[in-house]
Design a protein around this ligand. Structure first.
Ligand code: FES
Length: 369
């Protein structure tokens, strides 16, 4: 127990904190922005970099649902935010998004994990650009608004793809950026299901269209950082287009919001499953405490850790959100799917624990690095 007058240390990982809903704003027919109040005691915990997301948890019919949602508001002052705003789009059959759109009201309390994610841009001089699809605008709105407000020597180009004007999230907020920073903010909006009388393009933001469109819009090779966010197919197509146009991989940052069952480019990394040992142990460090536990047959490393440490961080368990990222201290693992880690993170030794299975009899993970 903490001494009187001294705040108890707030666990960094996996812990959920209660935040009260103070606004639910309808953005489109199928999306809302949810604003959560952050009490003074949690401001430090919820301080975030532009582009990060939060994981939320809900219990329904005895089952736990976790989802991650990107923060759309600009990065806060050093003392941390007094509120967080996230965008939620309805996913067909999605339990949490259906609840958020149809039931969630002001005054309710949501369980929320501290912000995480490395799809971030801390303000610095330069020209940055984003290609986003649908709800992929959410983290990029935070990135662009923070950059333009804080760094007078920065410019931002946004190429966004949506189905129709009516289905476009954060239309007003993006228009505000254009009004406030007309010389430093460039907006190109591409609609796939709406014919336009005027305007440059309509159709889908796929590889072919982007390869032709981008050089006509901006000096592709001199852009200092590219931010791609949206569904898997769009992000991969945009990456291929940029690579074709000569952009170095290290200048491309990406966050995938949604992966369809047919998207199978996620080739496993590491040795084949036949190399798996019959018995193995995982040692994990989480919030400064370590333990060693057996990994049961068929279990991921996250599942083995979670059985013993319920505060292990995760959200999607599908290799997409990156919440379960850990540093592989020793031993070898095989990752089934990876839609979240950048190549340099993998090269540096990070793994998605929800997708990792032991190859060696002993492996060690550090969730604190
Ligand atoms: S929990 Fe989302 S990638 Fe592992």
């Amino acid at each position: 127990m903490a001494a009187e007058g001294v705040a108890a240390p707030v666990p960094r990982h996996g812990a959920f904190h209660p935040l009260r809903v103070i606004a639910v704003d309808r953005l489109t027919d199928d999306s809302v922005a949810v604003t959560l109040q952050v009490p003074p005691t949690l401001r430090e915990t919820f301080r975030f970099s532009p582009g990060q997301h939060i994981a939320v948890r809900r219990f329904a019919d005895g089952a736990q649902i976790r989802r991650t949602y990107s923060i759309c508001t600009p990065a806060p002052a050093p003392e941390g935010p007094s509120a967080l705003r996230v965008g939620v789009r309805l996913v067909e059959g999605g339990e949490f998004s259906t609840y958020a759109l149809k039931e969630l009201t002001v005054g309710e309390v949501m369980e929320v994990m501290a912000p995480a994610g490395r799809f971030v841009l801390d303000p610095r001089p330069g020209h940055f650009a984003a290609v986003v699809g649908g709800s992929g605008i959410t983290p990029v709105l935070s990135i662009a608004s923070t950059l333009l407000a804080r760094e007078p020597e920065a410019r931002f180009s946004l190429i966004r793809g949506d189905r129709t004007t009516a289905s476009t999230m954060f239309l007003e907020e993006v228009a505000d950026l254009k009004d406030r920073w007309p010389g430093r903010f460039q907006l190109v909006s591409v609609l796939s299901r709406e014919e336009r009388q005027a305007g440059p393009v309509s159709g889908r933001l796929d590889e072919e269209r982007l390869t032709g469109l981008l050089p006509a819009l901006l000096p592709v090779e001199s852009v200092d950082g590219w931010f791609l966010c949206g569904p898997y197919g769009m992000v991969r197509g945009a990456e291929r287009a940029l690579r074709t146009l000569g952009v170095a991989r290290r200048r491309i940052h990406q966050e995938i919001f949604h992966v369809d069952a047919g998207d199978s480019e996620a080739v496993p990394t590491g040795p084949s499953p036949t190399a798996a040992p019959s018995r193995s142990m995982v040692t994990a460090t989480l919030d400064g405490r370590s333990g060693t536990w057996p990994v049961r047959e068929g279990e991921s490393l996250l599942e083995a850790v979670e059985r013993n440490r319920p505060d292990a961080p995760y959200a999607c368990k599908g290799g997409v959100c990156g919440t379960c990222r850990a540093f592989l201290v020793s031993g070898e693992v095989r990752m089934d799917r990876n839609f979240a880690l950048e190549p340099d993170e993998v090269a540096a030794g990070y793994v998605l624990s929800c997708q990792s299975r032991p190859v060696d009899e002993r492996v060690e993970l550090d969730f604190d690095r």
